[in-house]
Design a protein around this ligand. Structure first.
Ligand code: FAD
Ligand code: DLZ
Ligand code: SF4
Length: 525
């Protein structure tokens, strides 16, 4: 075994003991390097809670490694001489620790991977960038699944087929080579609206300890003008607390996860959702251990099949799929704008001040919690951006800023491909466009709204109703080519000229109204 000292650089979303950069780490020999840098905290103006979460989780992870006997060279944000960017901080650490070799696990975003490639060129030491095998499909696995026999890139990819391959390769919910229960997907059971009688599980809260309190004070003083509330803060920030939270989810919320997966309720941001994305994306929990726990609960008869299948599909299906799409399609994906949408993001995305109750609920909950669940993201906020024709770059930036689980590799395909159809159907077979009727069916928001979801036109009508038809009409050329849109485009074709004019007039009035004004100088504090 070599006695060469190695500097092992661990990034803020790599907080796993089971990460490739630490596989061969030796406590008495190596130094683990971690750095809080201004450049990263302001690469976009992240939600205060996200910065506090990442810094606190990093500091706790460093302490766990120290308890194991590692020397951790940890640069805090306010440390004297913190140069403010990864590259300079790493160069200084190489010098300070007198190492000739650096090891890092591949960064999750292209921006940081490209930077790591320049560090490798410039540092003048041996420099290994190792695969991130916390994902269940490697880059090679995804490319080989996605590309045709001739090696050509496909025109579209469908998650469902990828998911079946993942079920086969991982063995989750499989029996004798076939899916347990006889079906691959139980999504049709997972679209129930929530009856009043169902009680929502009460989540454990993790009180900030002294490390988290210190970080919260730092964030308030250095990032006080960023979007979002820092208090209350109750995220788990350690591996131990993350595991306790996973236990709670499996026992108390997973059983209802399937049935109410698409439901929304006033004042209830989480319902039966797991809120695990933040913990998985930063490394405190592994995707496989979450799926293992869910499958065991199912096999022990604690959780119904539609719930466990839905949960496992989100993780081994959607999560892995969007990561594959990101690396397959970058860097061009970032600029995709198939529907040529160019409207500025309205100012109310930063304040929540809009008479549309569904939007106000989703945005205000996002501001408080750095969280909104999938249907709020897709069918309320994303749907609104799609119908209103908001510039995809601005929508991407907003989603990257506001959620504690947001990293470009997962945010971008969800925004560009799923919510905005900006990739022209590479990821989604048709746009996720819906009128107010969908939101009314899946939530109780409309009952407390200033607009009337039943009205189709006029000042009181729900804006989603006319914006929906306006969207179809404005994008008719593109959408007519989509066979899954045939029925609805047929209805558009049969619409009378007078009705279409009404739709356009209502939409024009709404889209030009004061509340749709963008911010002139980018995201406000
Ligand atoms: P649950 O509903 O409990 O789902 C379980 C897990 O499945 C999640 O924790 C997550 O790891 C995974 N998952 C579910 N759906 C997806 C998906 N579509 N893509 C990837 N993983 C998924 N997810 C992020 O992690 N980061 C983002 O920045 C992000 N941005 C999004 C933007 C838009 C416009 C949309 C429509 C979705 C976005 N998602 C993102 C996906 C999804 O909304 C979140 O993963 C989910 O809401 C997180 O909450 P949860 O942990 O309670 O999820
Ligand atoms: C999200 C984030 C923030 C806000 N700050 C840091 C940081 O100061 N240091 C760090 O190592 N990681 C941080 N992160 C997570 C990184 O953004 C993430 O590791 C990269 O984007 C991965 O490509
Ligand atoms: Fe949203 Fe329309 Fe319902 Fe109001 S009426 S909550 S705007 S869907």
């Amino acid at each position: 075994m070599s006695d060469e000292k190695v500097l092992r650089f661990v990034l803020g979303d790599q907080l796993s003991r089971d990460i490739s950069s630490l596989y061969e780490a030796q406590p008495g020999r190596d130094v683990v390097f971690m750095a809080e840098v201004m450049g990263e905290a302001t690469s976009v103006r992240h939600h205060k809670k996200k910065i506090a979460f990442v810094f606190s989780a990093m500091r706790h992870f460093a302490d766990d490694l120290r308890r194991e006997g590692f020397v951790v060279d940890y640069v805090q944000l306010d440390a004297d001489g913190n140069p403010g960017d990864f590259g300079s901080a790493l160069a200084a650490a190489v010098e300070r620790n007198g190492v000739g070799r650096v090891v890092i696990t591949e960064p999750s975003e292209l921006r940081v991977l490209e930077a790591a490639e320049t560090w490798r060129e410039e540092l003048g030491v041996d420099f290994d960038i190792l695969a991130d095998d916390r994902f269940l499909a490697s880059h090679e696995d995804f490319v080989s699944w996605a590309t045709t026999d001739s090696g050509a890139q496909p025109k579209s990819l469908r998650m469902e087929y990828f998911y079946r391959e993942m079920r086969r390769s991982t063995g989750y919910l499989m029996k004798d080579g076939a899916p347990v229960g006889g079906q691959w997907n139980y999504d049709q059971d997972n679209r129930k609206s929530l009856p009043e009688s169902v009680s929502i599980p009460v989540r454990p809260e993790f009180k900030p300890d002294s490390i988290t309190q210190e970080v919260m004070a730092l964030v308030s003083s250095r990032f006080g003008d960023h979007f979002g509330d820092i208090e209350p803060f109750d995220y788990p920030v350690t591996r131990t607390d993350a595991l306790a939270y996973l236990d709670w989810f499996i026992a108390d919320a997973l059983p209802g996860f399937g049935d109410w997966q698409d439901a929304m309720k006033q004042g209830e941001p989480l319902l039966f959702h797991s809120h695990l994305s933040t913990l998985i994306n930063c490394g405190l929990l592994g995707p496989s251990e979450c799926c293992d726990r869910a499958e065991t609960a199912y096999r022990e008869g604690e959780v119904p099949l539609n719930a466990v299948e839905g949960f496992i599909r989100q993780i081994i299906g959607w999560r892995e799929f969007v990561r594959g799409v990101y690396w397959l399609k970058m860097p061009d994906y970032a600029g995709a704008n198939a529907l040529a949408a160019k409207r500025a993001l309205p100012g109310f995305f930063w304040t929540g001040e809009t008479a549309m109750n569904c939007m106000s609920q989703a945005i205000c909950e996002t501001r408080s919690n750095a969280y909104a669940h999938h249907i709020q993201r897709l069918m309320v906020i994303g749907n609104f951006c799609l119908l209103a024709g908001i510039d995809p770059r601005q929508v991407q930036e907003w989603f990257l800023i506001v959620y504690s689980d947001a990293y470009e590799w997962v945010e971008m395909p969800n925004v560009v491909g799923m919510a905005l159809f900006a990739d022209g159907g590479f990821v989604a077979s048709k746009p996720y466009a819906a009128s107010g009727a969908y939101i009314n069916k899946m939530s109780d928001y409309c009952a407390s709204c200033a607009f009337d979801v039943k009205q189709k036109s006029g000042e009181k009508a729900c804006p989603f109703n006319y914006l929906y038809w306006n969207f179809l009409s404005e994008n008719e050329q593109v959408l007519r080519k989509n066979h899954r849109m045939g029925l609805i485009m047929g209805s558009l074709g049969k619409m009378s000229k007078d009705r279409l004019k009404e739709v356009r007039d209502d939409s024009g009035r709404f889209l030009e109204s004061q509340q749709m004004r963008g911010w002139d100088n980018g995201p406000p504090g």
